[in-house]
Design a protein around this ligand. Sequence first.
Ligand code: ATP
Ligand code: MG
Ligand code: MG
Length: 593
Amino acid sequence: ETAKPSNFLRQVIESDLEQGTYAERRWGGSPGDAEHHAKGMIDPARVRLRFPPEPNGYLHLGHAKSIWLNFSLAEQYGGVCHLRFDDTNPEKEEQEYVDAIREAVHWMGFGTAIADDPAHPGAPNSHQYFASDYFDFMYRAAEYLIGAGLAYVDEQTAEQMRAHRGDFNTPGVDSPFRARTAEENLARFRDMRDGKLADGAAVLRAKIDMASPNINLRDPALYRIRRATHHNTGDKWCIYPMYTFAHPIEDALEHITHSICTLEFEDQRPFYDWLLDRLAEGGLIARPQPRQYEFARLNVTHVVTSKRKLRQLVEEGHVDGWDDPRMPTLAGLRRRGYTPDAIKLFCERSGVTKSGGWTDYAALEAALRETLDPIAVRAMAVLDPVKLVITNWGELMGGDEVLDACSAPVHPHHPDMGHRRFKFGRELWIERTDYEDVPPKGYQRLYPGNKVRLKYGHVIECTGATRDAEGQVTEVQARLVPDTKSGTPGADAIKVKGVITWVGASDAVPCEIRMYERLFVADNPGVGELVEELNPNSLSVSQGYVEPSLADAHSDMPLQFERHGYFVADANAVASGRRVFNRTSSLRDSWGK
Ligand code: ATP
Ligand code: MG
Ligand code: MG
């Protein structure tokens, strides 16, 4: 294996391992342990990371970076990585998203094992968690803070709270409720929990410093009232913890060592540390606490990486669902024919840094082609068919119905992958663009008087074409040149410049072909009105033919249609018994042209 390039996170982890920062960690160090670590977990002293999506949509390319980063760091250092559903926002979260996220992480090749789920065995070093499983503990932590004089119930209106928070230049103003006693606060917080206050009537806030230059430390909200049914806890709660309160606690209860997030959370780090320091002082969580590290999020040109915007495309019907092959979701990329290896290679190459930037979509396609080329099964396909008739076939072969077997390697560099077989005959399908009455300059394909090779078949000489009343070619005619069959002695005696692909009319399999262009015309979509930036030509559908070897192609098999690019059988179509092929990408870079 080649050495992985270092990055600042690898350096942090290596230094922690060297210094034994977490070496003394044991289960049982915190009250949460007894409740939450009955899942056959391994040594808590190991490097322990997490990927914490909120189940409010499907995962996208940006998430792939985070999945790859956390799971592969854990793998590299013999640690573990938790798939944790950060489900503290009941209105937006759904079981459908939990399932889709799990499926996507699993597809990426990272286990999401849960002890009681034989359907998803996963890797032994990964576990699945829900933030909502910690609601009881979080509630106790909140009561602890209240008791310690570190939190209070604020009953200002949202507007007053906003006005009193101040801004970058102006210190905030203390809430009139800030001076309440711990007893009053505790009673009021229990009223919140018991449903005695209306939604939005009060919040629990940390009592830190309304004049802090870091606005995140100006008494951030910890709990809000929200009567909403939760996908996991149902109607048990009418108060829910805020993300900023919940997240550090989740990390601490799971004994995360390095809590890796994107740069937007840098200003939250002081609160993360404040909270965990206070809870450790109170004996609620174990030391050493997890630490937060930030890296630059992945931004890819031409791609929207925001669940909210992707949801808009789905809900307004601009795409055919979250798994539309034009979507940058992992489900969409998968259906388009992208592979986990291509995505992981792209993530690795995009680097892990502290400063943001844009990665060119072409880099993803390059990684895709590089990883598909060695494995893609080759086949011939005709995307825009026109009939080719070999007018001297019967004469040469002793009958129009006689067929001639041809073969080709499944992969040009892997003889072990075997051969495909298909039949040559009097009638074939070729590409409409492979014929011209009058050849443009440099055109080497079919025109009257020109000879070309039908790949893996024979050399033919074009004699003309028939057109309909509209001038559309309905049939091309040619004569076969005897003794030129590929792979037979003397086949190359006649030199031809053009080689074209084809499928035999006798055994070709009809199919639908879906060609995709970029979903957005803008380089950086989402800056303007998203919908106005959509590319009206992002999908074109045609009826074509593929060679018989693809009659039962399954959707996890990367294909290369010779001359045309990488393709894959559409998973949804396969499931409903239809034959549809999605173009994954062209053979060469055409992005940005
Ligand atoms: P979105 O804004 O699309 O909803 P999010 O960050 O709110 O994304 P989460 O479900 O909270 O979505 O994300 C889970 C994890 O994925 C987080 O740790 C987040 O930092 C990470 N992540 C999300 N987008 C990116 C990105 N573009 N690059 C790297 N990591 C990302
Ligand atoms: Mg988020
Ligand atoms: Mg978000």
